[in-house]
Design a protein. Structure first.
Length: 340
């Protein structure tokens, strides 16, 4: 077999298999040809040196030709080995690249999962991108009997929105670790709200029950945390309540719930109190103090009616510098009471 038609490895294989017949020789030739092609592509400098030496061997004669052909075989073998090394290195890099891509994909998946869990813990599993959400919640507080027939379509939309919010809130409770057995009441209320021609009050009941499920989940997790306080403040901001934090706890300003000089809650004030109740359902830790004059405090307690959360409310009647100021203080979310 000519040295130009095979590298040194093929020559060794041919020598070792000399008595094995044409099939073995053809296999060695194919292997040699494939390696030479790869050497010409991946190690062109070494391959060119081998070809030049082969050309010199053809021009020479005798022992000089033999020595040059052997040297050309060595150059060709070196080119083949270098090509094999480069091909192997490329495969290794491709494998590492695939591994890095898979690792990045896993990291991205973990990041997305953590973001979703954090979002659910803040009671924002899905932000409803509807600018009229707060207005719809305000409309939900209006007595059903006072509605005009022309508003039925709008109210049906409000009921559907409230029901969707209840479903998301129940999903948040499950994500917080609430056992499935404790979600039965909320799931049943949501199912009733899904019935044809379901009324707004049924959807409100479904949402309230789901909010209590979130509160139950947080109770099972132990004391209030900084993360939960952040969720409380965000929930208050979503409902257009003015909330802040100080050593007493989270303070919600309800001054505008009363008209100037009036002892009773206004219509908008009842809406504000409904939002405070929603916060109380979802954030169950500690008592809620009403810091106001006795008349205003008693008006709030009366408006709470028979809500289960009413037991957490108490009036701290104070003669404030401004007698019209009214605050609801969620004591369980003050600095000393938070878990790390």
């Amino acid at each position: 077999m000519s040295a130009r038609n095979g590298c040194a490895l093929a020559l060794v294989l041919a020598a070792a298999c000399g008595g094995r017949g044409p099939q073995a020789r053809e296999s060695g030739d194919a292997l040699s040809s494939e390696r030479e092609k790869r050497a010409a592509q991946l190690a062109p400098d070494l391959y060119a040196r081998a070809q030049e030496t082969y050309a010199s061997a053809e021009r020479a004669s005798g022992d000089a030709s033999t020595e040059l052909e052997q040297a050309a075989d060595l150059w060709l073998e070196a080119a083949c080995e270098e090509a094999d090394r480069i091909a192997l290195e490329r495969k290794r890099r491709e494998h590492e690249a695939r591994g890095e891509a898979a690792q990045l994909a896993r990291a991205e998946l973990d990041r997305s999962r953590l973001e979703l869990e954090a979002s659910i813990r803040r009671d924002e599993a899905a932000r409803i991108a509807r600018g009229e959400a707060v207005k719809m919640l305000a409309l939900a507080a209006v007595d059903e009997q006072a509605r005009d027939r022309n508003q039925s379509a709008a109210h049906a939309e409000i009921a559907a929105w409230l029901t969707s919010r209840a479903e998301l809130t129940l999903a948040a409770a499950r994500a917080l670790g609430l056992p499935e057995a404790d979600t039965t009441a909320a799931a049943a209320a949501i199912a009733r709200a899904h019935k044809p021609k379901a009324r707004i009050d049924e959807a409100q009941v479904a949402l309230a029950t789901a909010e209590r499920a979130v509160g139950r989940a947080r109770t099972l997790r132990g004391a209030a945390t900084e993360t939960e306080r952040a969720a409380l403040l965000e929930m208050a901001a979503e409902r257009s309540l003015r909330a802040s934090r100080d050593p007493r706890g989270v303070v919600i300003d309800l001054t505008t719930a009363f008209a100037a000089g009036a002892p009773k809650l206004s219509a908008s004030g009842r809406g504000q109190l409904a939002h405070v109740l929603a916060i109380a359902r979802a954030h169950p830790h500690g008592p809620i103090h009403i810091e106001a004059t006795r008349a205003h405090g008693d008006a709030i307690l009366a408006a709470l009616g028979k809500e289960p959360e009413r037991a957490r409310f108490s009036v701290l009647a104070r003669e404030l510098p401004d007698r019209e100021r009214v605050f609801a203080v969620l004591v369980g979310y003050g600095e000393p009471g938070l878990a790390p």
